[in-house]
Design a protein around this ligand. Sequence first.
Ligand code: OMD
Ligand code: FE2
Length: 433
Amino acid sequence: MTVAALQYLTGFGSEHETEALDGALPKGQFSPQRCPYGLYAEQFSTTAFTAPRAHNRRSWTYRLRPSVVMGGFTPWSQSNWLTAPLQGGHPSPEPMRWSPPPAPEQPLTFIEGVTTVAVNGDARSQCGLAIHLYQANRGMGDSAFYNADGELLLLPEQGELSLFTEFGRLQVAPGEIAVIPRGVKFKVDPVNGPLRGYLAENYGAPLTLPERGPVGANGFANERDFLYPVAWFEDRKAPHQLFCKFAGGFHSAPLSHSPFDVVAWTGNSAPYKYELSRFNVMGSVSFDHPDPSIFTVLTSPSDTAGWANLDFVIFPPRWMVAEHTFRPPWFHRNVMSEFMGLIKGQYDAKADGFLPGGMSLHNCMTPHGPDAAVHAQGSTTDLKPERYRDTLAFMLESRYLLEPTPHALNSTLRQQDYAQCWQGLESQFNGHR
Ligand SMILES: O=C(O)Cc1cc(O)ccc1O
Ligand SMILES: [Fe+2]
């Protein structure tokens, strides 16, 4: 399927407004006695009404029918998509790494093709996150899905996807990300080939831009580069299926019509996308390897300042110029838990074994760092300015430790010999300075 170039609104968290029909958006008020075109007004809130103004997220939608016009829910199952907390015992502190999954043999929609890798927190308490892989090779037809348990951050690694949402349509390719707020009805269709990627499910506070501190008013991910859909609707009376995940359970309800029936909307809670190459990278122009927090694209804060529920961090193409410095990531142990994936190319801390579509997990206090080959190279290389090209790794970092699912732990894709990559690091102590 080809999709004509889509239009977008620009600006992170702005009070956007858009109408698919002229005059569909009420003027000067949200809830007139009668809305233009006979539409129904429906407010959509993803923060509490009383959340501070700077964090408040809500939109007003003007639609053919209010969302409550639907059949009853019946249980449905998607047994690979798990929700925190798991009933597991004690998670292992081992460093873990997995090879990328092969293409599925059976037909899978996006929702059917989600497999959970690790979770933390508790979805019912709106705390923590889940990390999944997705694979899909067919569209969702006349169905839609919403997730009451959290916001979804899509990181495509293979295949462009067409995202249909109540707020409009977005097209998202590898190298871009999309965020779907908690509760938004959507469907994902492949554009021209199978889909594979990573999915973070954020049970906590909605993702937002990190502070810039002394960097100033510009840089990192700039607000203007976040793209929101324009209103788009279909007036289609045909049986649809609405799936949802609520408190970890899957449910399905019949609809007599398309759920994509929002003719106009205004507000700051809506799906958005972002091209990661727009990230204005900051780095060291003197010496030493800075903390990876300089690469934070989006953050979901916890209730403790600076300790994120979820930080989404990227390692994009950039220049490395630090002098008299060991340039690759250092060896370290961290109270924060680190999950990594690779969209493209090679990651500077690992010479082998960390592949696009693969992943690694270094949990709270688990030692890790460059493998022996990277350490040898980084300690001896001539420190000319060097451009890191064609590379895009990312990290999902959380203050809550990550519990891998039984599926991930027992997967044949798990590299049982991962820790061997550090075993060549012999003592070089020689008694001299
Ligand atoms: O572990 C990793 O590879 C991620 C990472 C990268 C970096 O540049 C510094 C610290 C860090 O945790
Ligand atoms: Fe790390």
